[in-house]
Structure formats: C-alpha cells, structure tokens
Design a protein around this ligand. Structure first.
Ligand code: ADP
Length: 400
C-alpha cells in the first residue's frame, strides 16, 4: 500500500510517499511559500532532486503540485493517482478527543475545528490540507495522526495544573503534550533494540530539536511529558522559553507595557537559547560561538543541558525507575557534546557513556558502555514512518 504522508503548515507542506509493505520512502519533498509565491522541492529516492517555482496560491494548489511531481514523467515514482492508496496527515492538536489515530470523517473534522482554538497556528492548516486531498483524491481514505494523542494516557495528577478546576472544565486548560508520534516511535524502537517487550520498560525519551520535549514512557504509554497546554512549556528550546514563573511574565508585561501578542512573541520567538545567548536559535551556531569564547553562548548551552538533565530526573522519579534513555531529533541525534553534558549529570544513575559510540552519527546506536547500569540510545526519529504505519493499520481494518 502506498501512503502519502502530509504535514501541512500555514505556508508549507512536507510530504513523503511511503510503500507501507517495505517501509521504503519512494519520494519526499516540500512545498514552501504557499500563498506567497511558491516553491516545490521534490526528491525521488535514488533519483535526481528537482525544484519547481510555479505559483502555489493555496494548499489545494500545493497538493496538486505534489501529485504532479509524484506522477512526473521524469522525476515521478507512480503512474496514476490510483497508486496512492491512503493519505496520513500529521495533525498537531487532537485535544481530549483523540487518544489514537483515526479515519477522517465529518465528525473528526468538526472535532478538529473545535481543537483549532487550542492550536490556532497549526490545526487550520491541517484542515485545509484535508479538504484539498478530498477535492483532488476523492474517495481515498485519509487518516489523522495527532501530536497530542500519545500523551492522552497521562494520569490526572500529571496533566492537571493547580489552578481553579473550573478552568479545566470550562476551557480544557491542562497539559496535552506534543511530539507524541516521535516519542512513541523512538520508545518502540528502543524496546526493539533492547530486545524487550515495551510493556516491561520504563523509558525516558528526549526529543531535542528546534522545539524540544521529554517524555516518561512506562510500559509503552506516556505517563508525563514536558510540553504542556501548548508547546511553549518545559525545557528551554531554540526560541521558546520553556517553563517560566508565570508571575515573571505578568511582571514583565506590566513593566514594559506589553500586549498579550507582544509577550507571546517574546516567549515563543525571542527566548530559549536564542534569548540567552543573543547569538542564534541554531545550536550549531551557539556551539561555534562557545568555542570562540562567547560566554553567553556557553551559559545558554549550560542552561539548556541542565534543564534537560533535571527533567530526566523528574521522570525517573515519576516512573520510580528507568530502564533506558533515548535521545532523538536534530540536536539529540547530532550533538555528541550536548549528550555528554546531560549524561554527566546522570552519573548517579550509574550511566557511563562510551565516547566512541557517542561520536557516531546517523544511525540508531547504544552510546553507553557495557558497565552502564542504564543504557542510553541515540535513535533517529521517523514521524512519517509512524504516521504511515498507523494509516496502514486503520485502512486495513476498514477492509475487514
Ligand atoms: P525541528 O524539526 O524542531 O525544526 P530538528 O529536529 O530538525 O528541529 O532540529 C533542529 C536543531 O538541531 C537545530 O537547532 C540544529 O542546530 C540542531 N542540530 C542539527 N545538527 C546539529 C549538530 N550537528 N550539532 C548541533 N546541533 C545540531
């Protein structure tokens, strides 16, 4: 079964066509600048990349451009649209409605509209992407895979904030958590690498990219995670503050006469390691600045690693133990130094890194020595594959 995996943003659309039997990617690409001018970068596996700059006025035009690229005589990988058997959408927010992936129908779309209030930057784009596919590929089953779904197993004590309960009832203000597809994927892969049933493991997964979150996965389910009501909470990130005393936010708004939107921008776009270092939100730039002696860059990296290590400690406590720790995403997969610094804090758990293994790149690998009491892994995340797997399962069940 060929599954088109789509990740629709407000002005971008990432895609992969995956053969779900072999789990091979047949082609992948990205539409950018939708609604501005338009650019499509397409990469057939084993073939030549190509870029087209035709206008993409809206998401329907972008989905059409993706279909055209997949069918292209020179760069395409399929001969007819009927070779796309299902579409899997990455959807950011499923609220309390979805604890797993679902076949998209009218009820699901209505629920997604309600959730748009909780994710105003993301869910509307997902809905537009779904409508575009319905128009251009009528009758092809579409599945929604939610960033929040994996965390719906969190107990009340983990997801409730200590504010008046009526606000949870009235507005559903609670911790939702994000990056669920990634946390689920790497925890499953970790269990495979350990050759253990996931139902018997306590794993802390660290998704460290531009955005970052940490998750406590006990017996295969999420029991706590660091992002909250929105992806702003938790550890410090590229440009996001992570958790801050809410009173500091109120104080700053008063002192600087900031509007809600201005404060929102500061916390989401001007904070994190960018805010502390004043250098960049990209960890490579900050690491380079630190090497050149920039003290604030060093402080930003120290603060980041310290908070990650503390959060791992929290989750070890939450699960009353830990059997494995996993690093994933751009920084988690690529920065040996960051992993080293974080794992130094974790020596009390009997963790010992193997510096050679920690220096390896681009593969799933255990990076601890044999003597380490808790193994630590680097596992490249693959959210698209997880979406394709869920989509395949749901579509196959339809036929039964
Ligand atoms: P997202 O999907 O959240 O945009 P990614 O998972 O692609 O983010 O991660 C991007 C982050 O990973 C960037 O901040 C980048 O600096 C960091 N990163 C990627 N490669 C390296 C590297 N070799 N060393 C340090 N940081 C890296």
């Amino acid at each position: 079964m060929n599954i088109l995996v789509l990740n629709c943003g407000s002005s971008s659309l990432k895609y992969q066509l995956i053969d779900s039997e072999t789990e091979n990617v047949l082609a992948k690409g990205l539409c950018e600048r939708i609604g501005i001018d338009g650019r499509l970068k397409h990469e057939p596996t084993g073939g030549e990349k190509f870029v087209s700059e035709n206008p993409l006025p809206d998401h329907t035009a972008a989905v059409q451009a993706v279909i055209d690229a997949l069918l292209d005589a020179e760069h395409g990988v399929i001969k007819s649209v009927s070779e796309i058997h299902a579409v899997g959408h990455r959807v950011v927010h499923g609220g309390e409605y979805f604890a797993g992936s679902v076949l998209i129908n009218d009820d699901v779309k209505k629920a997604l509209e309600v959730c748009s209030d909780l994710a105003p930057l993301h869910n509307p784009a997902n809905l537009i992407g779904i409508a575009a596919c319905e128009k251009l590929m009528p009758g092809i089953p579409q599945v929604g895979v939610f960033d929040t779904a994996f965390h719906q197993t969190m107990p009340e004590k983990a997801y409730l904030y200590a504010i008046p309960y009526k606000y949870y009832e009235k507005y559903k203000i609670r911790k939702y958590g994000f990056h669920g597809t990634s946390h689920k994927y790497v925890s499953l892969e970790c269990a495979k690498m350990m050759d253990m049933p996931i139902e018997e493991l306590k794993i802390v997964t660290c998704h460290l990219g531009n955005g970052g979150s940490i998750c406590a996965v006990r017996n295969g389910i999420s029991v706590d995670t660091s992002m909250g009501f929105t992806p702003l909470d938790g550890i410090a990130m590229g440009t996001r503050s992570g958790s801050v005393d809410p009173a500091a936010v109120l104080y700053l708004m008063k002192k600087e006469g900031l509007s809600v939107d201005e404060m929102d921008r500061i916390l989401n776009k001007e904070s994190g390691v960018l805010g502390i270092s004043g250098v960049s939100s990209d960890f490579r730039d900050i690491e380079a600045a630190e090497t050149e002696g920039n003290e604030r860059a060093a402080t930003a990296l120290d603060t980041f690693s310290y908070r990650v290590a503390k959060t791992i400690g929290e989750y070890v406590a939450a699960m009353k133990g830990v059997d494995a720790i996993v690093f994933t995403a751009g920084l988690g997969e690529n920065s040996a130094t960051t992993r080293q610094v974080i794992c130094d804090y974790l020596r009390y758990l009997g963790i010992h890194l193997d510096s050679y293994k920690n220096s390896l790149r681009g593969q799933a690998v255990e990076i601890t020595t044999r003597q380490s009491r808790v193994p630590v892994f680097v596992i490249p995340t693959n959210e698209e594959l997880m979406i394709a797997r869920d989509t395949k399962e749901i579509v196959e069940n339809l036929k039964k």
